[in-house]
Design a protein around this ligand. Structure first.
Ligand code: SAM
Ligand code: SF4
Length: 336
């Protein structure tokens, strides 16, 4: 049975209801993943160019009045934004926001996990592509695996449930990591999700041949760990296709954003660190919320801006024809 969304909610021309807002709180990061950031020469936004916590709170309040129910803090690396727990407290107090989550590289979780939990953060996704220290150093260009592992332990101790581990899958790089990551996740009671490498790398070198497709990942898992059983769509929330290991220990998801795009079920809208609203990871269009806020704009004007962004959403991958639109912005500049 389909129900009609309440009037004033964010429904795009294709009937997709938008209830999920991704908020980037910084474009800075303490590591340099090859598939996201260039090695050096990165020019970050000056502090006064990025939204203040009060500005973010106002945007989220307005979004909540338009039916947004879920907010995910991301970046850059959200835990390098000074005072991030204060923002978590502010957002967790907004009526209508029923899920407040964060995606982090985990490097600083050892310092912040407890305070984040006390401040009202409900869910954590931790990015981890390998459990091999040297391989981690190559991918992230920083020797930070021990800190991430300590961060995961701290997150569990702080009481976070259903922690997800996100691994980006690249052909020629990730094949040897798939099985050890799955074993690690099973051992520690973590949910594991593989994300196909998308054309959002800072170096702009992505090629279709670099993607390790979900089918291949599933084959590696079933051969190396054990048989997998699909979890029915009705039990899955979000864009991953999920499986459980037939022995009952652990589940794993694949986000086939390249090989089997899920744009038809996309309900996400994004706010970049410098206050641009985006209706798609790939779309070149942005709406300038920061100028509106700093120019004394009203909540009604902000609502109109949200509606304009959603009204302009394209069918798939930011384009009419389903081919990737290339905005020239990398993942760390948008917020994954
Ligand atoms: N720094 C945090 C982290 O790494 O979790 C949050 C921001 S990061 C941009 C958000 C997610 O995007 C991470 O899970 C990361 O692995 C993923 N990501 C970055 N670049 C990507 C790319 N080119 N293709 C697919 N996923 C990517
Ligand atoms: Fe930083 Fe996250 Fe990008 Fe890695 S994926 S460079 S941790 S923002």
């Amino acid at each position: 049975m389909t129900t009609t969304p309440p009037s004033g909610s964010l429904v795009d021309p294709f009937g997709r209801l938008h209830t999920d807002l991704r908020v980037s709180v910084t474009d800075r990061c303490n590591i340099r993943c090859q598939y996201c950031m260039p090695a050096d020469g990165v020019v970050f936004k000056p502090h006064d160019a990025i939204l203040t916590f009060e500005e973010i709170e106002r945007v989220v309040r307005v979004a909540a009045s338009l039916g947004v129910r879920k907010v995910r803090l991301t970046g850059g690396e959200p835990l390098v934004r000074h005072g991030i727990c204060r923002l978590v407290r502010m957002l967790s107090a907004i009526p209508g926001i029923v899920e407040l989550a964060m995606t982090t590289n985990g490097v600083r979780l050892g310092e912040f996990a407890e305070e984040l939990r006390r401040s009202g953060l409900q869910r954590l996704n931790i990015s981890l592509d390998t459990v091999d220290r040297e391989k981690f150093r190559q991918i992230a260009r920083r020797d930070a695996l021990p800190k991430v592992l300590r961060g995961i332990v701290a997150a569990r101790r702080a009481g976070f449930q259903h922690i997800k581990i996100n691994a980006v899958a690249l052909r020629g790089q990730s094949e040897d990591d798939v099985v050890p990551l799955a074993r690690f996740a099973r051992e520690h009671g973590l949910e594991l999700r593989f994300i196909e490498f998308m054309p959002l790398d800072g170096a702009n070198r992505w090629q279709a041949g670099d993607v390790l497709a979900s089918d291949e990942i599933l084959r590696l898992l079933s051969e190396g760990v054990g048989p997998l059983e699909p979890i029915p769509e009705s039990e899955v929330h979000g864009v991953a296709t999920e499986y459980r290991f037939a022995d009952g220990i652990g589940r794993v998801g694949v986000i086939a954003s390249v090989s089997q795009p899920f744009c038809h079920q996309c309900g996400r809208i994004r706010l970049t660190a410098e206050g641009r609203l985006r209706n798609c990871l790939f779309s070149p269009e942005e709406w300038d919320v920061r100028s509106l806020l700093r120019g004394g704009g009203s909540d009604e004007q902000l609502i109109a801006m949200f509606q304009a962004a959603i009204g302009a959403k394209r069918a798939a991958r930011g384009a009419e024809d389903g081919q990737f639109a290339r905005s020239g912005r990398a993942m760390y500049q948008i917020g994954g």
